[in-house]
Structures are given as C-alpha cells and as structure tokens.
Design a protein around this ligand. Structure first.
Ligand code: PLP
Length: 392
C-alpha cells in the first residue's frame, strides 16, 4: 500500500508523539480532580496550573488570564456572548468580518436574535479586512470587535494589531480567533493589543476537544457554563486534566519550534505554487500571495471549479488527503464557500477550491508526490459548461 499523505492540517493536526507521551500517565495510573483537597487533587491542580503557564508563555500573557475551554468553538462563544451579556444585549454592538469561522458567525446570529446589533465587515478579493472600513463601522455602543488572526479556508492573515488599535481608539474590546494562526505566526497579546483570543489544541499538534480563551486581566465576561465554578466561574466543569497537559505541552513545542517550522513550511508551499504554475496552466492561488499562513494554500483551477469534489476524491484515491474548504462544512462541500463569495467569487467558482495545508510532519517527498499526482488529477476533470452555469 502507498504511504498516505496528510495535507489537511487546517482541519486537524496529528498528535505530536511528544505531546502524547506527556499525556500518557494521566490516561492511566495518574488521576485526580483538581478541585479535591487531598494529595491526588493537589497533584492534578499543579499539573493544570503548569499547562496554564505554558500556554500563557506562548501568548505573552499571565497564567491567570487563561480560561480553559473544551474547544476553539467554545472559546469563541465565551468571548462574544461573555462580552454581550456582561453589557446587556440592548446596549451592545459588535463588529466582525464576513469571513469568520461559523463559531463566531453563528454566535453573532444567536446574539442578534437576542437584540445585539452586529456589523459584518466586507473583505477584499484577497480576503483582507480594510482597517478603514472598521473605523467607519464603529459606533458609541460598539463593545467588541472580533476579527480572526488568519482565515481557515484561504489562509489570509489579517492586520490584527492595526484593527485592535482602532477598536481601542473607539473604546471597544478586541477579540481574535487565532485557532488557525497560533501554530504558524508569532502572537503576543501585549504587543498586538489583543484583549480576548481563542485557540484550540487540535490545531497545535495537541488533542481534540481542548481549547482556551485568553482574557486580559480586568475584563468582565458573563459566564457561559453554569456549575461548580471552575475556570473562574466562566465555564464550570471538571477540568480535562490529560487534555490540558496536552495543550500545555503543545504550546511549549510551538514556542520552541515555530521559528524553524514556519520558514520550512513557507519554502514547501512556495515550491508547490511555483511548480503548479509550470505544470497546471489553469491553476491559481486564492487569497493573498504573501500575507498567508505558512504552509496554507487554497487553489482554484480556472474553468474546472465545479469539479472540486471529484478532485478531492481523485486525490484521496491516490492517498493524498486535502480539503475543499473547512472540515466543518464537509456536509456542504458541494455548496459555494461563503468565504470565497465574500471575496467576490461568483457562486460557481466559489464551489471548487482545493485547500492544501502542510504541517510539522510534512516532508519534501510528500510534496514531490503531490506535485506528481495533482496535474494528472486536474487533467481528468471535466470543464465547466454552460449546462453547469445555468444550474441544470
Ligand atoms: N475557528 C477557526 C478559525 C477554526 O478553523 C476552527 C476549526 O476549524 C474553529 C474556530 C473551531 O475550533 P474547534 O474545532 O476546536 O471547535
């Protein structure tokens, strides 16, 4: 059997063996509830506090500014509903972008049903939010601006420090969903003036079902999950000790290795871009050429965009796992991507992107294999005909 190639690291990353090793004792002989007063509890508390410190160090934050959650989605929910409910829905305006992950967009829609006003900023053809548009959208009641650090479909990186400055000039808080960005870009909550930041362990070579929200000291949030008062009362529930060890270890590895990993990923993805230009004349890059996450490519094939799913299946058959957009929308894979339509793509062309996301364990040989397989797979696709364009 041929080796399988995993080029879908934006959907989830594999668990780094070093992270798995750190978690292992807490999936077996070690256990304890961090809230217990005996030695088992103390040990579990120590372990959870250590993970909090490791994550805080990656962000340039203090340990007491980290709130653990069960996912990046939950962190986004806590940030948005936490701010809105702390202010009272009737007196709250939120500004976000039209290309946020559903964890933000659907939370905004929920808040709108509860009386919060939300403005959705447009993006340009490369997926970038215009800081001038943000300045124009600010109102006296704007409590929060939420713009992702990098987009999960196209990989475009936003000017978050500039956006944060504008939010602050107008008296609002700034939240960023850094779920995709954190393993690839240096983030410093002080230097970038970030008040709230969401992250997820399974995009950092850590375990699934573990996330966190950074909450700048002094910010008041309404609680999301009611119960025994864990995580400063913001999200109750007994801590996932093994999972948090994994998140802490994953954060420490990202901090130690990003400086080497990121340029290597840029090199590999640049090689893909350059070679595709020679081998597949109708291939084009979606999103900004340079302001993009290292190793994150979103590709289109002019005149064949309706064949995105067929292309994915062909690649899968050849042992290469890529994606057509975000994994969260797998059930809508044949529909247009709202991210691409927001960037000005027509609905047919917005259906057929190929997302190729490399990661820490991607090798040169895997890139070579992809560059061999893709031209053949694209050549076998049918072109768009007027039949398709008319929706028949
Ligand atoms: N935000 C972004 C930008 C994402 O890419 C994802 C996951 O794909 C999430 C939030 C949700 O994170 P989680 O899977 O931990 O709920």
């Amino acid at each position: 059997m041929t080796e399988r190639v995993y080029f879908d690291n934006a959907a989830t990353t594999s668990l780094d063996p070093r992270v798995a090793e750190a978690m292992r004792p807490w999936l077996g002989e070690e256990f304890g509830n961090p809230s217990s007063l005996h030695s088992f509890g103390h040990r579990a508390r120590e372990i959870v506090d250590r993970a909090r410190g490791q994550l805080a160090a990656l962000l340039g934050a203090r340990s007491d500014e980290i709130v653990f959650t069960a996912s990046g989605t939950e962190a986004d929910n806590l940030a948005l509903t936490g701010v809105a409910e702390a202010h009272g829905a009737g007196d709250c305006h939120i500004v976000t972008s039209s290309i946020e992950h559903p964890a933000v967009l659907e939370t905004c829609r929920y808040l709108e049903r509860r009386g919060v006003e939300v403005s959705y900023l447009p993006v340009d053809s490369e997926g970038i939010v215009d800081p001038g548009a943000l300045a124009g959208a600010m109102r006296p009641t704007t409590r929060l601006v939420s713009v992702m650090a990098a987009n999960n479909v196209v990989g475009t990186v936003q000017p978050i420090a500039e956006l944060a400055r504008i939010a602050h000039e107008h008296g609002a808080l700034f939240h960023t969903d850094a779920v995709q960005a954190l393993s690839k870009l240096p983030i410093d909550v002080q230097a970038q003036e970030i008040d709230l930041l969401s992250l997820s362990a399974h995009k950092l070579y850590g375990p699934q079902g573990v996330g966190a929200l950074y909450v700048r000291r002094g910010i008041e949030l309404a609680e999301l999950i009611h119960g025994g008062g864990q995580e400063r009362g913001l999200r109750s529930g007994t801590e996932n000790v093994a999972g948090l060890i994994g998140l802490g270890e994953a954060a420490e590895l990202v901090q130690a290795e990003m400086r080497e990993d990121a340029p290597r990923l840029v090199g590999l993805s640049d090689r893909i871009i350059e070679t595709l230009g020679e081998r597949i004349p109708n291939a084009y890059l979606i999103g900004h050429r340079y302001r993009r996450l290292p190793g994150h490519l979103c590709l289109g094939f002019r005149g064949q965009e309706n064949e995105g799913i067929t292309l994915l299946l062909e690649l899968d058959e050849a042992g290469i796992a890529a994606s057509s957009g975000s994994a969260c929308s797998a059930q809508h894979a044949a529909e247009s991507s709202y991210v691409l339509t927001s960037m000005g793509f027509d609905p047919i062309r917005a259906r057929g992107s190929l997302r190729v996301t490399l990661g820490r364990f991607t090798t040169e040989a895997e890139v070579d294999r992809f560059l061999e397989v893709l031209p053949q797979a694209v050549a076998s696709l049918r072109p768009i005909t007027s039949h398709v364009l008319l929706g028949a």
